[in-house]
Write a protein of this length. Structure first.
Length: 1134
């Protein structure tokens, strides 16, 4: 007798299913099961992946869903007066194509019309869309079981008859489980009675949520992540049963030995399932493009557009002109292939979208991905990179020997991407276009953090472990390659357990969201092709991800929003406004650009602004755009870990000999100094060594990168045989084949690198040649990121560009250029919205504001207290009165006046005399520190100055370190630092002891500090934010610091035991009285040593001042540093 599991949850029952689909299918295969069903909670997310995986392993796939069925109507969104549940569970299985299409509609309407806590259908929908479905009554949360559980047999029977009326006896089965739940035996006996009394068939299921019995713990962890609880919490959501694993046939036979028909019926259902789907990715469902009437066919129209486009390019491009026949031959080859495989409409649709964007002046990127390798796309104006010039391959984009839907991904300005999507919806039909789902997964770092929290490991310890995962690689690889991570994991049993759990759950789907760029276009209503999903923000997308959509043959494309394009467009506009000219064709040999790149001054430069990338550029000294293409290909975990980056740099600079694996490869690898960097090079090598067609070469590359053993064996034999026919020895051919394998895996797509390298170069060119305009545009683009703005301001200073403070009569919402520099944008202040800012500017255009009072009077119609406070704190009114505290007081008086019914402006600012005004101002004379605090609050960082600036001299006279050196400091010794405390939080360790996490910053960088044990108990409550502190600390893992002592800056002076004053060499001792006069103003307990030059003995001497001891402070330091007879001052601490 056969048995089939018909009720199974995968990882797509989000945070309630442990089973990854390949593992589930292999388990079924191991158990010799001939069929298998997928029934995730309320969705079909994994249906296509499941279908394909089953076919691959020779198992019949049954696509289903455990739906939620509303207690009443699906559009009722309120609790039922007598039933505690808002929905019941019901298991749906598609038997054929009709059933599958009905399942698509039910899964869609559950989200689009029935969502209330969960996606719900109702009996009305089930009645309408049940053909081709077999329905099981569900688990204990099914409707019939619910009534049986509460002892209402009549309601259970009534519910049964309702389902029978809708579905018929042949399509409805009573589901029975033996998973050890409370009252299970009682409920099962009543289910059996219902079945016998009414002639209904029983079916045995196990509600599988995990693979093996031991995996119960992993499922428990997922539930804790879902509910944000710790595993030790006794009140958390926990499954009553530990039996929800994938039981073997023998286990199921043993459990149901007395109800064998329930087992037999699983196979009966499986035999009825005849669903066939074409998931080859070759059965395309493309919308039809409407061509102009004067063309006989769409392809004729495409050929016309492409050839006209290439002719236009020839006029501007001497390379095309000189090699016209080569270009024409390549174009005709591509066009014939596009026609042969049926992609004409796809290309015309993309061309239409690009044309719309250009007509609407929406910035479009130069191209991305393998599409950059198409000459047709270049000729149509869809991409901006000449593929022949850079040796890019069409076959990497469309392989004639392995036809799949090509990806044409397009970048648009991020601010106008929605306009493009709206156009696509309008042109091709709202119901035919949707965005695409994506799944956030528990990758290495996230898995460590999530599971560590659930296990109750202190967050600081979890954070330390997670931070050792410095590159994005799988956990097993990280354990092997990152010694710091491995040592931490091995240091404690609970860390080892955390690692083991994370390893098992790594990659599991955690949540669903909308793909940042993907959209799908169908030839008709999308629900006829895929199920739809609605997010919590009411956005509609597909339930199938990118891969599943490709498998069912739908047209998908990435419509990406790229901020860089907005920056480029804005830089051009600002440069033209400033009367500067930007060449129509950007020269790719600009010396200033390569100099900027070689100095690593790439903040704001596309793809090149990370610290690691800057260091590589400084070592590499790029001189041609091909160097940038290579850098983008190299800056990834594989090449970084293998040492390929350093090898490439050494070879470029002639510090390492360039060698080739075989003389025949020299011309292919010459541009990359004998190294294989690109996937295209792997293809070229296969073509040259073994006479592979480029299509065959691409299949080889895919087989190698995905490590498909059978295909690799077959291809290796073919490779060696063909190489031998070309006179290459078998051993040499085998070595070359083996050499290609790792590079096929992590070699980069050169087409993509070329497209993005052009953007990198262009932004670097603009920064090098139009720095003020480029930085102004970049600052505006980053207005919501205070940290990035702070970095850009530092960069501006390095480039000699002043960032002018916000001023009420000069600032706009965005950053703007003035003769003296770049004026700070109001939109970058926390709490200033665009509407308020635009209204302010509009009012100012009538005439400038003449005073704070004038401003309040003229903006009261649209202003508010919060916005006024932000403007005051940011110094926007310093042009009228730079005492911000005083203006805040006056604002309060104004607000009070308006509340009490007066105009609010009849306060003393208009009426008080000069003498009276002076006295009031004196009352509010503030320390500069107050402005620091105000600015930190509204800018998000210290803008006009920094609290540490006045203590800068201390770095020269005390052995102080700075935070920018942390990554190179010795972890085994203590250092002294000055810092501003920006944040303080108390945490608990695993023993319940308090410790503190401090946010710290100095003039160079920011870091995190930890306070433990006695130092925490003694100091924590005394610490105040935005105050300057003196710290003794030890660096930890070259990332943060453990604080050993922390003192307010005023207490630092008490720690100074000696002052050493060195006189200039030409100063005689008779001048000492001048110095003593200064010292006597600061009498105290600290001794003073004088170092002076003895001209007679021609050497330096030291002497202690016996009559004077001093009390050090900042004023003394300033007086000594400014004294013309003193060469150097040093303070020595206790």
């Amino acid at each position: 007798m056969e048995f089939v599991h018909l009720h199974n949850h995968t990882e797509y029952s989000l945070l309630d299913g442990v089973n990854k689909i390949p593992h589930l299918v292999l388990k079924a295969k191991k158990e010799n099961m001939k069929a298998l069903a997928i029934t995730d909670h309320g969705n079909l997310f994994g249906a296509i992946e499941f279908y394909n995986e089953c076919l691959k392993e020779g198992i019949k796939p049954i696509i289903g869903m455990e739906t939620y069925i509303a207690v009443g109507k699906r559009n009722e969104r309120k609790p039922h007066p007598t039933i505690s549940e808002s929905s019941f569970h019901l298991t749906l299985l598609a038997m054929d194509l009709t059933g599958y299409h009905n399942l698509l509609k039910l899964a869609s309407y559950a989200y689009l019309e029935g969502f209330y806590y969960r996606p719900r259908i109702d009996k009305e929908l089930l009645d309408k869309y049940n053909k081709g479905l077999v329905v099981l009554s569900g688990c204990q949360k099914g409707e019939i079981n619910y009534y049986l559980k509460i002892g209402d047999f009549e309601s259970a029977k009534k519910a049964l008859f309702e389902y029978l009326d809708i579905l018929g006896k042949e399509n409805f089965f009573l589901e029975i489980m033996k998973i050890g739940l409370e009252n299970e035996d009682k409920i099962n006996s009543q289910i059996i009675k219902l079945a016998k009394d009414n002639g209904i068939k029983l079916v045995a299921t196990n509600d599988c949520h995990y693979l093996s019995k031991e995996d119960y713990y992993l499922h428990d962890i997922l539930l804790c992540i879902q509910t944000n609880k710790k595993i030790t919490d006794p009140k958390r959501l926990k499954f009553e049963s530990k039996e929800l694993y994938f039981k073997s046939k023998e286990e199921m036979f043993s459990l149901f030995r007395e109800i064998k028909e329930a087992l037999k019926n699983t196979w009966e259902i499986a035999e009825r399932a005849t669903l066939y789907l074409d998931t080859s990715g070759k059965n395309f469902h493309l919308p039809k493009f409407q061509k102009p009437k004067e063309f006989d066919s769409n392809h004729q129209y495409l050929v016309y557009l492409a050839k006209e486009g290439l002719k236009n390019l020839k006029e501007k491009n001497w390379e095309i002109k000189n090699k016209w026949e080569n270009y024409l031959t390549r174009l005709e080859y591509e066009l014939s292939l596009i026609e042969k495989i049926g992609f004409t409409d796809y290309f015309l649709i993309v061309k239409d979208i690009i044309d719309f964007a250009k007509k609407e002046k929406i910035p479009v990127g130069p191209g991305r991905g393998s599409a950059v390798g198409s000459l047709v796309l270049y000729s149509l104006g869809i991409t901006n990179i000449d593929p022949l010039k850079y040796g890019l391959m069409f076959e990497r984009f469309i392989n004639p020997e392995r036809v799949t839907m090509p990806d044409i991904d397009i970048d648009f300005s991020d601010e106008e991407r929605d306009k493009v999507i709206d156009y696509i919806k309008k042109k091709y039909g709202e119901e035919n276009v949707a965005q695409i789902i994506t799944f956030g997964r528990m990758m290495a770092r996230a898995a460590i953090r999530d599971i560590g929290r659930v296990m109750g490991i202190p967050l600081a310890e979890v954070d330390t472990i997670a931070k050792t995962l410095t590159i994005n690689i799988p956990l097993a690889e990280a354990y092997e390659k990152i010694s710091e991570f491995r040592e931490l994991i091995d240091s404690k049993p609970e860390y080892k357990k955390l690692y083991e759990n994370a390893l098992r759950l790594e990659g599991v789907a955690r949540h669903a969201s909308i793909h940042a760029s993907g959209i799908v276009i169908a030839p008709g209503n999308l629900m006829d092709y895929v199920p739809l999903y609605k997010t919590t923000e009411n956005d509609i997308c597909t339930q199938y991800d990118m891969d599943s959509l490709a498998a069912v043959g739908l047209l998908k494309m990435d419509i990406l929003g790229l901020k860089t394009l907005r920056v480029i467009e804005e830089t051009y506009r600002l440069a033209i406004e400033s009367g500067k000219k930007i060449p129509q064709e950007i020269p790719l040999n600009d010396k200033k650009t390569y100099h900027l790149l070689s100095e690593g001054k790439t903040l704001g430069v596309f793809q090149l602004e990370s610290e690691g990338m800057r260091e590589i550029l400084k070592k590499l000294n790029p001189t041609v755009i091909e160097d940038l293409i290579a850098v983008l290909a190299l800056y990834r975990p594989g090449p970084l870990l293998s040492g390929d980056v350093d090898r490439f740099i050494k070879r470029k600079k002639g510090k390492e000999k360039i060698t080739y694996p075989h003389p025949l490869l020299a011309d292919i690898l010459q541009e990359t100094y004998g190294m294989i960097l690109y996937q295209e090079q792997v293809m070229q090598i296969a073509a040259k060594i073994a006479d592979f067609t480029l299509g065959e070469a691409d299949i080889l590359r895919r087989a190698m990168s995905k490590k498909i053993p059978e295909l690799m064996t077959e291809m290796k034999e073919k490779f060696i045989l063909k190489a031998k026919n070309k006179g290459i020895k078998e051993e040499e051919a085998g070595q070359i084949f083996e050499l290609l394998i790792p590079f096929a895996g992590y070699g980069f797509n050169k087409s993509h690198a070329a497209g993005y390298a052009y953007l990198s170069y262009l932004t670097a060119y603009l920064k090098a040649n139009y720095p003020k305009e480029f930085l102004c545009a970049t600052l505006t683009s980053e207005m919501n990121d205070a940290e990035k703005i702070e970095e850009l301001i530092k960069e501006a200073k390095l480039l000699g560009i002043e960032i002018l403070p916000p001023e009420i009569n000069k600032s706009y919402y965005q950053f703007v250029i003035e003769a003296e520099g770049i004026r700070y944008g109001l939109g970058a202040l926390k709490g200033i919205g665009k509407s308020f800012s635009d209204s302010l500017v509009k009012e100012r255009q009538r005439r400038e504001f003449t005073s704070f009072e004038d401003f309040l009077f003229r903006t009261k119609a649209f202003g508010n207290k919060k916005a006024y406070e932000v403007l005051i704190k940011a110094g926007c009114f310093d042009c009228f009165n730079n005492n911000r505290e005083y203006l805040l007081k006056k604002l309060l008086e104004y607000q009070k006046g308006t509340k009490e019914g007066s105009s609010g402006l009849q306060f003393s600012l208009f009426e008080e005399g000069q003498e009276n005004k002076k006295k009031i101002l004196e009352k509010f004379i503030q320390k500069e520190k107050s402005n620091f605090e105000y600015e930190k609050e509204v800018f998000g960082f210290y803008f006009s100055d920094h609290p540490l600036k006045e203590y800068q001299e201390l770095y020269k006279i005390i052995d102080l370190e700075t935070f920018d050196h942390i990554e190179i400091l010795d972890n085994q010794r203590d250092y002294l630092f000055l810092a501003v405390l920006t944040e303080r939080k108390t945490k608990y360790d695993r023993n319940g002891k308090n410790y503190a996490i401090l946010g710290l910053e100095d003039l160079t960088a920011k870091t995190v500090g930890y306070l433990f044990n006695e130092i925490y108990q003694e100091k924590y409550n005394q610490l105040k934010k935005e105050q300057v502190y003196f710290l003794k600390a030890r660096v930890r893992n070259n990332k943060d610091i453990v604080v050993k002592d922390i003192l307010p800056i005023d207490k630092l002076w008490e720690k100074i035991k000696r002052i050493n004053i060195e006189l200039k060499e030409n100063i005689e001792l008779k001048n000492i009285p001048i110095l003593k006069e200064i010292l006597q103003e600061f009498l105290g307990e600290t001794e003073v040593i004088i170092t002076y030059y003895d001209p007679e003995e021609k050497k330096k001497k030291m002497g202690r001042l016996t009559t004077i001891k001093v009390k050090p402070n900042l004023e003394l330091l300033k007086r000594l540093k400014n004294n013309p007879i003193i060469k150097e001052v040093k303070f020595y601490l206790v």
